[in-house]
Design a protein around this ligand. Structure first.
Ligand SMILES: [Zn+2]
Length: 372
């Protein structure tokens, strides 16, 4: 999902990445802040005429500091998550704010509450320190400096409160879900939080459109999409959590030798009614897999001449038979590969295809129907 990102630095081992949209969004913020510098200065009790720097330079500095604040906010989430044993893959700064990518986002509700609180708590404390301690202490001697500290303090306090709104999947929304989850199932809690999140998205969207606030409309859009995705993911997690890979994999896998001709493979596909096979070498070791799509890589006249080793795709992703089906599903989606090899102690014991996984989803639906 975040392939279009660039790692800019690492903080306590966590890669901080910039999404490509950032190339547009940073100058945009710098421009918006720069254009409104007079209003901001008046709010900050600074006479705009006394500012030394060009408004757009100030805008750029403030925009960079704004996003640095977002990184620190996300870092607070991440460090708390890590202290509770959850690994953090990276923090990605995106179009709006940041996203901390967790290795495993399925954590106990209590841990999730702590983690969700950490970000806004940091933003609030940092903002209050800037506004009420640093600014008065360091005086108002330099107007540019005074303005930047004021803005940064204000924006951090805003970040704290905005993130605490229960607009799931925001921080506040996650806290709300944990609270609801203590009374009902996690899936039901996610469903309720999602509905509330979407309601917020509509309200933000309407306000944004009425007052011409594009950023608010974008936020509304992202909350809506985020809430829907999160719910869908939880639904799948719920459906797949009862199964292991071994429950649904296809055993007795037919393999093909890498030295057979493409024509022979096509005949085998017709005979066996399978469209994909693991490929083995003469020693019986798996070297890749070959699917119907791979056969399109060569011209029809070459089908009797070329070996399948020339067309097979070599990406093999493996799973263990005792792995949960949800983990296998995540691997499948991330790598965009429709077939996983099931390996046990170096030996292939089965194959798990996308349709095997979807079978589990249907089984779960039938199970639910039978209980109604
Ligand atoms: Zn947050």
């Amino acid at each position: 999902m975040f392939k279009s990102s660039l790692t800019i630095m690492k903080i306590s081992g966590i890669p901080i990445r910039l999404h490509i949209s950032f190339l547009v969004i940073l100058p945009f913020f710098a421009f918006v802040i720069g254009s409104n510098i007079n209003d901001i200065a008046l709010l900050a009790n600074v006479n705009p005429d006394n500012l030394g720097l060009n408004p757009y330079w100030l805008g750029l500095i403030m925009a960079i500091l704004l996003f640095s604040s977002v990184v620190m906010h996300e870092l607070s989430h991440s460090l708390v998550a890590r202290s509770r044993g959850i690994e953090i893959k990276n923090i990605t700064l995106m179009l709006l704010g940041g996203v901390a990518q967790l290795e495993d986002d399925n954590m106990p509700p209590r841990d999730e509450t702590f983690m969700a609180f950490a970000g806004p708590l940091f933003s609030l404390v940092f903002g209050v320190l800037l506004l009420f301690v640093l600014r008065p202490l360091t005086g108002y001697i330099n107007p540019d400096y005074s303005l930047v500290v004021y803005y940064l303090g204000y924006i951090n306090i805003f970040l704290a409160f905005f993130n605490l709104l229960p607009a799931f999947p925001s921080d506040g929304g996650r806290i709300l879900r944990s609270l609801i989850a203590s009374r009902t199932s996690y899936l039901r809690a996610t469903q309720i939080a999602t509905a509330i999140g979407k309601a917020f998205a509509f309200i933000f969207g309407i306000i944004g459109l009425l007052y011409g606030q594009i950023i608010l409309v974008l936020i509304a859009f992202f909350i809506y999409i985020g809430a829907s995705q999160e719910y869908k993911m939880n639904q799948l997690r719920d459906a797949f959590s009862d199964f292991t890979v071994a429950d649904l994999m296809t055993e007795d896998v037919v393999t093909v030798n890498e030295n057979i001709k493409v024509q022979e493979l096509l005949e085998l596909m017709i005979r066996e009614k399978h469209t994909g096979y693991p490929v083995v070498n003469d020693q019986g070791e798996i070297t890749g897999c070959v699917t119907m799509e791979d056969t399109d890589k060569i011209e029809a006249k070459d089908k009797k001449l070329k070996n399948i080793s020339e067309i097979m795709s070599c990406d093999i992703i493996t799973v263990r038979p005792d792995e949960s089906l949800f983990d296998a599903f995540v691997k499948m989606s991330k790598s965009d590969i429709g077939r996983l090899m099931v390996m046990d102690n170096g030996e292939m014991v089965g194959i798990l295809t996308r349709s095997d996984v979807m079978k589990a989803y249907r089984l779960k639906l039938i199970q639910q129907k039978s209980m109604e």
